[in-house]
Write a protein that binds this ligand. Structure first.
Ligand SMILES: C[S@@+](CC[C@H](N)C(=O)[O-])C[C@H]1O[C@@H](n2cnc3c(N)ncnc32)[C@H](O)[C@@H]1O
Length: 167
């Protein structure tokens, strides 16, 4: 198999952002920032992943973020794209929960998320394609326009129960 590789072939995990995408996202980050599925790109003030690849990255789950509600000005997430339809909701709602009102969520996926409660406004949509004829993903930029205290308190209760379980 190796002999099929061309001289200029770059070997890297296919889900890692290239420099163009990384710089584009970096340019959209403002204020205190969180990267939820950091992978190999710890570009925010706090970077998290379920499977941290280096010591600068915290271990955490996108389905229940270990942060207080309304803590960040920018929340970046590039979740695994192969998750099922019903697994897509919670990770986005968590990004919205930990983002401050007036802050932004930068989400890279093959779907466009939303909040039925109207907590976010979709500001910009960019189609990302790395090569001609290759599959695309979408980088969505949302503004958080209102808070959802009922949702926040349920998640924060779950978080404190999880923490107590770990003690
Ligand atoms: C598409 S990759 C992110 C790639 C990243 N943008 C980069 O440039 O390296 C998705 C990442 O989500 C992580 N992940 C998978 N399930 C997760 C979960 N439940 N919570 C947090 N991170 C998760 C994976 O370990 C992987 O690093």
């Amino acid at each position: 198999m190796e002999e099929l590789l061309k001289k200029n072939t770059i070997l890297q995990k296919c889900w890692v952002w290239n420099d163009t995408v990384t710089n584009f996202v970096k340019g959209k980050i403002q204020g205190k920032s969180l990267n939820v599925c950091a992978g190999l790109n710890p570009i925010c003030d706090i970077n998290m992943d379920l499977d941290p690849k280096d010591k600068s990255i915290l271990k955490g789950d996108m389905r229940l973020l270990p942060f207080d509600s309304n803590s960040f000005d920018t929340v970046v997430s590039d979740p695994p794209w192969k998750i099922g339809y019903y697994e897509r909701f919670k990770p986005f709602f968590e990004c919205v929960r930990v983002c401050k009102v007036g802050g932004r969520i930068i989400y890279n996926a093959t779907w466009i998320p939303s909040c039925p409660s109207g907590d976010v406004k979709l500001i910009d949509v960019y189609v990302r394609q790395d090569n001609d004829f290759s599959n695309t993903s979408i980088i969505c930029i949302f503004e958080k326009i209102q808070d959802n205290p009922d949702y926040n308190s349920k998640q924060e209760l779950q978080l404190s129960q999880d923490m107590r379980g770990k003690e």
